[in-house]
Design a protein around this ligand. Structure first.
Ligand code: ASP
Length: 426
């Protein structure tokens, strides 16, 4: 019998992980079985994430430089930039409107007794950062010594340097043929290594999800139930309605086909809560399964992994309204617009790592004078919400690369292999 495909194995791994997590949760944290299960799951999950991070830096660097160099003309590069950033801003704005709309409608946090949380707030010290300071540190982090950026795994700075390198390669043309060839081969090697790591994905994902499910604090989740429902409801709405609609409107690709082919990356994002760690899988999925050309995927996806965060933007905006309700502050339209703008900047500035959104959210709260300490209330439930928003962040990057490809070369559709046609709506 033929073994199930990797895509199917990952799905089986995810379901088994959830089942194992529920099993451990029902045994309770004191059971030795749960403890050794959590230990083993932690070990396997960490190794899987570390392997992905290992290949992340060479992959991002080479894929952007090669991608940009292969765009060849300046005019094309210019259009890719505009379309990519345009798509990122539009999809994040839509996500935030959804989150803020629902938060205004259902007013989560109203009527909750803030005194209940006083203790955790007292023991939490938020790192205060004004918008100016944030902008300064963000800009400062963009341009770095490339070797330092590579060594520190600073994805955004690597993206920027690789962009410069790619443009220089385009301008130098034939002259830099050897360097381009070297980068191209390095990219191929990195992708080959990703292929090996993916063999471990079903097990890694099973371990990560088992731990995630087993360590949820159900009582806390229930006490913040309305807020959790608003965030999860709107995040899912964005994932299953808004993004697929955007994709369909431009490319005529149907959601079933998309979700089937994007599954590997979406499940990995959910399990790791890190767009950056998922990046090798996202790139592979977008190029090999969704047939986006490497020069477009290599540019849009790594950039998106650090700046395009629909789920994070939605979360930050909704959470600010939740905190306002909790402390009894009514935010007027002007203040909500400030929340909208700062949440977008904060999401763009958040690195693609677990709980990064919680850190940059301090800035959103401060922009309208809300107490940053209120984050302490949300931290214990963040692991679960982070899983969902990271999956949507990654989905946005994948949809973005497909939309940009279509807008750039509408005829590229006809180059898709035949077997894909049934899943496509047209
Ligand atoms: N974990 C998210 C990501 O990697 C960022 C966040 O905390 O919202 O995309």
């Amino acid at each position: 019998m033929k073994p199930p495909s990797l895509n199917a194995q990952i799905l089986i791994g995810a379901l088994a992980g959830i089942a194992l997590g529920l099993g451990m949760a029902s045994l309770g944290g004191t059971s030795t079985l749960t403890q050794s299960g959590l230990y083993t799951a932690g070990l396997i999950g960490t190794v899987f994430v570390d392997l992905l991070k290992m290949v992340l830096v060479p992959l991002v660097f080479t894929s952007i430089a090669v991608g940009v160099a292969n765009l060849r003309t300046h005019r094309q590069m210019h259009r890719v930039w505009i379309m990519t950033l345009g798509f990122f801003v539009l999809s994040m704005a839509t996500a935030m409107l959804l989150g803020m709309g629902a938060a205004n409608l259902f007013t989560p946090g109203k009527g909750l007794d803030i005194a209940l949380f006083q203790d955790s707030m007292q023991h939490f010290e938020a790192r205060h950062m004004t918008l100016g300071e944030f902008a300064q540190s963000f800009l400062h982090g963009l341009f770095m010594n490339p070797f330092a950026a590579l060594a520190q795994g600073n994805v955004l700075a690597i993206v920027i340097f690789a962009l410069f390198l790619g443009i220089a390669l385009v301008m130098g043309g034939e002259r830099y043929r050897n360097i381009l060839g070297l980068l191209q081969e390095s990219l191929e090697i990195s992708l080959r290594v990703v292929g090996w790591i993916m063999k471990l994905a079903p097990l890694g994902i099973m371990a990560l999800l088992a731990k995630l499910v087993a360590t949820q604090n159900a009582a806390l989740l229930a006490s913040l139930g309305k807020f959790v429902a608003v965030v999860l409801g709107t995040t899912l709405l964005h994932a299953v309605v808004v993004l697929p609609l955007m994709l369909y409107a431009v490319t005529r690709i149907g959601p079933l086909y998309f979700f089937r082919e994007a599954r590997e990356a979406l499940i990995t994002a959910f399990a790791t809560s890190s767009s950056s760690a998922t990046l090798p899988v996202t790139l592979r999925c977008v190029e090999q399964r969704l047939h986006v050309k490497p020069e477009i995927a290599g540019f849009v996806v790594p950039l998106g992994a650090t700046v395009n965060m629909d789920g994070t933007a939605l979360y930050e905006a909704a959470a600010a309204l939740f905190v306002a309700n909790l402390v009894g502050v009514d935010l007027n339209l002007m203040q909500q617009m400030i929340v909208f703008a700062t949440a977008m900047i904060a999401a763009m500035g958040a690195p693609g790592i677990p709980s990064a959104g919680m850190v940059t959210m301090v800035m959103v709260l401060q922009s309208v004078g809300l107490p940053a300490e209120a984050i302490a209330i949300l931290l214990p439930i963040d692991r679960l919400l982070d899983a969902f928003r990271t999956a949507v962040n990654v989905q946005g990057d994948m949809v973005g690369s497909m939309v940009v490809q279509e807008l750039l070369q509408p005829r590229s559709r006809s180059t898709l292999p035949h077997r894909e046609t049934p899943g496509r709506a047209r």
